[in-house]
Design a protein. Structure first.
Length: 221
């Protein structure tokens, strides 16, 4: 039989071909970079940045039988024990203070010994040492409040209420010294009656005229 003759100008149909595309392999999801832990300040802060304890953690507590007559007895301050090491460790833990920062704090009684404060967890907090108004200023306030209580000028419960509510405000009311206002005990002074803070002891000093006519700093009271 005759061979099929292709029409002029007509190209033969190409043989169909299949191209196999590579299937992309799923990439493992990239883990998001961990966010830096947010630093949470465990304290309440006054307008000037002074630390106050968290009232939920440290509302303040006192011995139930520590009334004015008891706390003002001459031997009372020497009769109370200091917080135990375990009490201090618990205070740091409750306020989430890491071990490397513990030296920047001092475990303090919110209601001080001089006002009948106890060593329970409700009365202990790690007070920052680096605040402008810090532990030394609070100690001055504690001494002043005890003077007022024992002289009858301020009720004991009122003093406790002031120091647990806002010790910084109580400091301004009853002490009022700028932290920079410090002197040495042995230094002389020029204005009798002026009150300042001692540098080497946490006490208040009063400029007092002596018999020889020279005014010197003496412990207040």
């Amino acid at each position: 039989c005759a061979e099929p003759v292709e029409a002029a100008g007509v190209q033969p149909s190409p043989t169909p071909s299949i191209t196999v595309l590579a299937v992309p392999q799923p990439t493992a999801p990239t883990a998001a970079a961990p966010r830096a832990a947010e630093v949470v300040d465990p304290f309440r802060r006054t307008a000037d940045g002074t630390a106050l304890p968290d009232p939920a953690l440290t509302p303040g507590a006192a011995f139930p039988d520590a009334d004015q007559a008891v706390v003002c007895a001459p031997a009372y301050l020497r009769s109370t024990s200091k917080p135990r090491k375990s009490d201090k460790a618990d205070a740091y833990q409750r306020y989430a203070i890491p071990p490397e920062d513990e030296n920047d704090h001092v475990v303090d009684r919110l209601v001080p010994v001089g006002l009948g404060g106890d060593n329970s967890a409700a009365n202990l907090w790690p007070q920052p040492r680096t605040d402008r108004y810090g532990a030394q200023q609070k100690d001055l306030l504690e001494e002043r409040l005890r003077e007022l209580v024992c002289s009858g000028a301020l009720p004991l419960e009122g003093a406790r209420q002031e120091i647990t509510t806002d010790w910084r405000a109580a400091y301004d009311r009853h002490v009022g010294l700028d932290p920079a206002s410090v002197v040495t005990i042995d230094g002389g002074c020029a204005l009798p009656g002026e009150v300042r803070q001692a540098t080497d002891k946490e006490v208040l000093l009063t400029c007092t005229a002596t018999d020889g006519g020279r005014a010197t700093w003496q412990r207040r009271g």
